[in-house]
Design a binder for this molecule. Structure first.
Ligand SMILES: Cc1ncc(COP(=O)(O)O)c(C=O)c1O
Length: 387
């Protein structure tokens, strides 16, 4: 949106979609990465330049407490990661099997599973959430003798709830069920310890709370033999062989990497390390709590997230369509929110009859002043609503 003289200052509250602004260190890293020749072991001899992929895998292993840096695979996004993992797992199984997912999921989980169900490659059970959580007990109710796969989110992008993954992971590990956890909303937002929880795969995206640029994401895969690669190509290694290399990480990466994106991810991780992961988590929760305490002073605001674990607040204004409310906030107040269905249709069926809602989401770069101004604007819009 172009700025005009006299406009109120821009307040960006759509960080659950993608964080903005990016820290200066991230912008500088992208520029720097493009100013020097790319270098990666096996692909280039420019020995003096930075090996961004290796450095970034090491940084991810540090941030997420993972044992094997080479088991981090770079992709374009959480969406691509989920597709590679889900389709790769199905390919590995060969025969149809039963999978479980939850009503909290984003379309990047629901649509691949729906497609594969339609093709007869798997049968699917959908676990409902209670309040805003899915527990191991809920998942156990959906189990069948041939259940081989569970895909669930770590953090809901609508309800801001952080799921207790550990009991699910321990149960799946004991029962030979592959667990894919979608950490798109949690990576960079809350502490993650992959050593402490036996996941099959953990999916992250670079452009949200990790503060990288769009176009970079990835996953951590504990057992490289759990899934089959669905793409093959150049790796810069073993080039005489027509068979794609089986070593990690090349097994699941083909083609020229997104060096600027990877550089941005590395700088984003360094930013979080510098701020402190615990501080980042706390700041997000405090901003969400402040915003909620301010907007709930108006009785016409219907809040779907009374105590979110993540800095995500979803609500509606009685008597006003959510898209219209978002439009007024953008045009009259210069406040960017997100309205509609947030790519998680099953959550909306449960909370707002599928009509969608207004979502405000903070990053650790937002301030309490922005939070208060936005809450005041929401209350003003609510006061003006036609009831
Ligand atoms: C819970 C969840 N999963 C997956 C995604 C997809 O992420 P990406 O944009 O990296 O594909 C999102 C993004 O909105 C999300 O919120």
């Amino acid at each position: 949106m172009d700025a005009h003289p006299g406009d109120p200052p821009l307040i960006y509250l759509n960080n659950a979609a993608t964080t903005w602004p990016k820290p200066q260190g991230v912008l500088d890293a992208v520029t720097r990465s493009l100013q020097t020749p790319f270098f990666e072991h096996g692909r280039s001899t420019a020995g003096s330049a930075m090996d961004y992929p290796s450095e970034t895998r090491a940084a991810l292993a540090g941030l997420f407490h993972a044992e094997q840096p080479d088991h981090f695979i770079f992709t374009r996004s959480a969406t691509e990661s989920l597709n590679l993992l889900i389709h790769g797992f199905v390919k590995k199984q060969g025969a149809p099997f039963h999978a479980i997912t939850t009503e909290l999921e984003h379309n990047s989980v629901l649509r691949p599973l729906h497609t594969l169900t339609g093709e007869g490659r798997l049968s699917l059970s959908m676990v409902p959430f209670q309040e805003s959580y899915v527990t191991l007990q809920d998942i156990k109710k959906a189990l069948q003798p041939e259940t081989r796969l569970v895909v669930m989110t770590h953090g809901s992008n609508v309800l801001g709830s952080l799921q207790n993954i550990r009991p699910v992971a321990e149960y799946c590990a004991e029962n030979n069920i592959f667990l894919i956890v979608d950490g798109a909303q949690t990576a960079g937002q809350v502490p993650i310890n992959l050593e402490a929880v036996p996941l099959g795969a953990f999916v992250f995206t670079g452009h949200k709370a990790l503060f990288g640029i769009p176009g970079i994401g990835g996953f951590y895969l504990d057992d490289p033999d759990a899934i089959v690669p669905v793409q093959q190509g150049g790796t810069g290694t073993d080039s005489r062989s027509l068979a794609h290399p089986q070593e990690m990480p090349q097994k699941f990466e083909a083609g020229t990497p997104n060096y600027p994106g990877i550089a941005s991810l590395l700088a984003g991780i360094r930013f979080i390390e510098h701020e402190g992961q615990d501080r980042v988590t706390r700041k997000g929760r405090d901003l969400a709590a402040l915003f909620i305490s301010e907007i709930t002073r108006d009785k016409n605001i219907i809040l779907y997230t009374p105590a979110p674990d993540l800095p995500v607040v979803s609500f509606n204004i009685q008597g006003l369509d959510n898209d219209e409310a978002g439009y007024i906030l953008a045009k009259a107040y210069n406040i960017i929110t997100r309205t509609g269905l947030h790519c998680a249709p099953l959550v909306h069926d449960r909370i707002d009859s599928g009509k969608g809602c207004i979502r405000v989401s903070f990053s650790c770069l937002n301030t309490p002043e922005e939070c208060r101004s936005a809450a005041m604007a929401v209350r003003e819009v609510a006061e003006g609503a036609d009831r």
